[in-house]
Design a protein around this ligand. Structure first.
Ligand code: LMR
Length: 329
């Protein structure tokens, strides 16, 4: 399983223990909900390492993974109240800040990794980060995870009609909810950290997520079927509160921005590949039945879900929806 180890942070972390309690050390808390061996988990650790290196240990980022500090439902308020300094929620959960974020949840948005990076680094990504200013939030970067797949105990899921009558845990997003309605499935919005239990107790038949989340949280152990559908994007907006940002010195801001830029470039190279490699791990280690949509089936799904673009045109904003459509051709 070759490239995988290279995803983990480098071994030498010179500033960790011995410089604990440095005089005038600044400590920031970075809270997130996923496991450490995921694109977001690794990027958060790498960011912390780079900041420590660049500041000679004077700035310390403490990373709290697995929702150990705040759930995805709590973390945005905790950021605004200054209880946590960095978060990276999945963009699907930012509808409470602005409906514009729904653009990234549109069905089959970003047909490829290249299109995703083009959109996130271009007008779509920039407009979305800027939109956070009105909420007192400093948007720092987009960290992609990858494309979503569908898992279920009622399967196999091959045709769009196969979801009919089934229930799925989804993120807190109206655009995602509308897609499940179009497929005549029931969507249950709940936190990421509740998902395992919902599946285990049979409250829902399935869920949708990236391979790295399905793998690291062992959802595949609870599910009989997985469909490689790549039917939607999942990624993160990294953010600080504007107030906390403004309180920092120019030197601190420079270090944070440089470390963020390097981490983002690394995350963009590594995330999609990591999902591909972890799919092989699931294949090797579990008995889950994996079905890959054929190009014809994918077209059928797309045709079924395409009306969602029109349904959310006003709410998301015409310019963003049009930009997204251009990336699809
Ligand atoms: C989910 O809730 O399924 C994901 O957003 C979790 C995450 O942060 O990747």
């Amino acid at each position: 399983f070759f490239g995988y180890q290279s995803f983990f942070p480098r071994e030498a972390i010179p500033y960790d223990d011995d410089q604990e309690g440095l005089k005038d050390q600044i400590v920031f808390k970075f809270s997130h909900v996923v496991a450490e061996n995921t694109p977001k988990g690794l990027a958060a650790q790498r960011f912390a390492e780079l900041v420590a290196e660049k500041s000679n240990g004077h700035i310390k980022i403490e990373v709290f993974p697995n929702g150990s500090l705040y759930s995805d439902i709590q973390e945005i308020n905790a950021l605004r109240e200054g209880q946590v300094h960095f978060i990276a929620p999945s963009t699907s959960k930012l509808g409470m800040l602005s409906p514009q974020w729904g653009v990234l949840d549109l069905p089959f948005a970003f047909p490829s990794r290249e299109a995703a990076l083009e959109g996130l680094n271009g007008k779509i990504g920039q407009q979305l980060l800027r939109s956070l200013q009105g909420d007192g939030i400093k948007g720092l970067a987009h960290w992609p995870n990858g494309f979503k797949q569908i898992t279920s105990n009622q399967g196999p899921i091959q045709k769009p009609g196969d979801l009919k009558g089934q229930s799925f845990r989804i993120m807190q997003s109206d655009v995602i909810s509308a897609q499940f309605s179009r497929l005549k499935a029931k969507a249950v919005q709940d936190s990421f950290n509740s998902t395992y239990k919902l599946l285990e107790e049979g409250v829902v038949d399935g869920e949708e997520n990236t391979i790295s989340n399905i793998y690291s949280k062992k959802f595949y152990n609870l599910q009989k079927h997985m469909t490689i559908s790549n039917h939607g994007y999942l990624g993160y907006a990294v953010m600080m509160s504007e107030k906390v940002w403004n309180e920092q010195t120019e030197e601190t801001k420079k270090i944070l921005l440089e470390a963020m830029e390097e981490t983002t470039a690394w995350n963009s190279r590594m995330a999609f590949e990591m999902n591909e490699e972890l799919l092989e791990k699931i294949r090797q280690n579990s008995s889950i039945q994996i079905y890959e949509l054929s190009p014809e089936e994918k077209q059928e799904w797309q045709a079924k879900l395409d009306p969602v673009y029109e349904d959310f045109l006003q709410e998301i904003g015409k310019n963003l929806v049009e930009e997204m459509k251009e990336l699809r051709v």
